[in-house]
Design a protein around this ligand. Structure first.
Ligand code: ACO
Length: 466
């Protein structure tokens, strides 16, 4: 069915989907192991709103009173989650229309992704006539961490944070929820939009950028767009306040064919997508890890105003790798500014190097890093700092993490981005986790750190052009 232009009622009512006071689960199951059971289970406990399981064959489900149809619920229903088999979906949509629910999310599969366009079009028509936004079908559901809403069958919900993940792939939504949790990367919300039969990327992006105070960065897993020109316009506007990072899937010939059967999307020409992303300030990344690594940096660090990055390292090799990566990500590593060279000498032995990358050597202690980072950030000729650390026997990752944080606090007025690499084992990982919790993006390779700073520079450039 044709995708209409962005509709105001959809953007407004998305708030009832992501910030609901009441949720009905239509197809709530009594049987553990069924999707309709997990969704109710996920709404038990922390979600502060009302939960209404809908099942004509049940009295109670997981302690909640069950209703035969959504119409029997005595109070208004903000969000209706649909988990009945495809052939029953049209009739439950009729009930939702009669009840005038705020929004609908259809988890059920078996629509355009398997060639069943006719059934999909029928339900879309019903929703559009009633002006009720519909997300799906063929999705895992929606999550909003700030509302303790897990209206999905995701087992391990994400931890709260500033990134909103909008994904066409539901399974990736499930997996990335656990992965981001393990990596201590917080999400504000997760929208699985599947077949995008009614609501697509454009309206969700507009809502998140304009109406959701918890979202600082929008991360997209995108297979294909239904309204490409409008996407460019929406993103151009949204990106002024909320950076958008995209992983475009279906880049190869086989990948393109796979998107068609996965969510019924047309992958399209990569060149056209690239041009559109460039025009609209959308930052394109190559893989899933980069999607979150880059989003993490954009969520917590200021855009970089120039491209003078100073690298501070205790290892020459790590410094060289960062130089190679800098070039790849569009950062021309320049010589250390004169005003800084002398200051940097205070933090290194005679055999260190004040050239960029500044090598404070393997005998550098935590406080040497602190001083060097603080001075670099305070220099008017530095726009951003990359900190690299290779685990040495006499430095402690956690202690160093604290020193890095303190240095950024002491140079707070500088408003310049910092990104960190800790190369080592478990304690290095603990150090990066600690830094991430403090809002400092920290990674395990110089390449990832430079990619993050490159993206902060790209976003800075986009804002300057605007
Ligand atoms: N209204 C409300 N509930 C009803 C109705 C009705 N009109 N009719 C039946 N029900 C109840 C059933 O009695 C059942 O409850 P029970 O188990 O207590 O008896 C419940 O609804 C579910 O119905 P089932 O027929 O048991 O359906 P089932 O749970 O097996 O499957 C489902 C439904 C999950 C929607 C399935 O059809 C489906 O689409 N699965 C795929 C979902 C999916 O993967 N989505 C994409 C995610 S993205 C990814 O890639 C992971």
């Amino acid at each position: 069915m044709r995708t209409p232009e962005v509709r105001d009622y959809v953007v407004d009512k998305l708030d009832r989907i992501l910030n609901p006071k009441s949720v009905a689960v239509i197809g709530a199951s009594r049987e553990k192991g069924k999707i309709g059971h997990s969704v109710v289970d996920n709404l038990k406990g922390e979600f502060p709103g009302e939960v209404y399981p809908i099942n004509p064959n049940a009295e109670r489900i997981l302690g909640f009173k069950a209703y035969s149809t959504v119409n029997e619920v005595p109070d208004p229903v903000d969000l209706a989650i649909v988990v009945v088999p495809a052939k029953i979906v049209p009739s439950v949509i009729d009930d939702c229309v009669e009840k005038d629910v705020g929004g609908i999310v259809i988890i059920t599969s078996g629509f355009s992704e398997v060639g069943n366009e006719e059934l999909e079009d029928r339900i879309v028509k019903k929703c559009r006539e009633a002006k009720i936004p519909m997300i799906g079908p063929n999705v895992v559901g929606v999550v909003s961490t700030f509302n303790n809403l897990n209206a999905s069958f995701i087992g391990e919900p994400p931890i709260p944070g500033k990134i909103s993940l909008v994904t066409q792939s539901g399974a990736l939504g499930i997996a990335l929820s656990s992965w981001t949790r393990m990596k201590q990367i917080g999400l504000s919300s997760l929208e699985s939009i599947g077949n995008m039969a009614d609501v697509g990327f454009n309206e969700v992006i507009k809502y998140l950028a304009e109406q959701d105070d918890n979202t600082e960065v929008i991360a997209l897993y995108l297979e294909g767009l239904k309204a490409g020109r409008e996407f460019v316009e929406i993103c151009k506007e949204a990106s002024k306040n909320t950076p958008i990072v995209t992983l475009k899937a279906g880049r190869s010939q086989r990948g393109k064919a796979a998107t068609q059967s996965h969510t019924g999307s047309l992958a399209g020409s990569m060149e056209i997508y690239k041009a559109g992303f460039r025009q609209s300030g959308v930052i394109q990344v190559a893989d899933l890890e980069a999607l979150f690594n880059i989003s993490l940096a954009l969520a917590h660090q200021p855009p970089m105003k120039g491209d003078n990055v100073l690298v501070i390292t205790n290892g020459g090799g790590a410094g060289i790798l960062s130089s190679d990566a800098a070039e790849k990500y569009g950062i021309p590593l320049r010589e250390t500014p004169q005003d800084l060279k002398k200051k940097m000498r205070d933090y290194m032995p005679d055999f260190g190097s004040a050239h960029n990358p500044v090598d404070i050597t393997g005998q550098a202690r935590e406080e040497n890093y602190k001083g060097a980072i603080r001075d670099a950030l305070n220099s008017p000729n530095v726009d951003g700092v990359a900190v690299l650390w290779c685990h040495t026997a006499f430095t402690d990752a956690k202690e160093l993490a604290k020193m890095i944080y303190e240095a950024t606090e002491e140079a707070e007025g500088s408003n310049k981005p910092v990104a960190v690499t800790f190369i080592g084992g478990e304690s290095a990982e603990e150090g990066t986790t600690w830094l991430k919790k403090k809002g400092i993006p920290a990674y395990d390779t110089p390449e990832k750190t430079m990619a993050a700073l490159g993206a902060l520079r790209d976003y800075g450039r986009f804002l300057e052009r605007k």
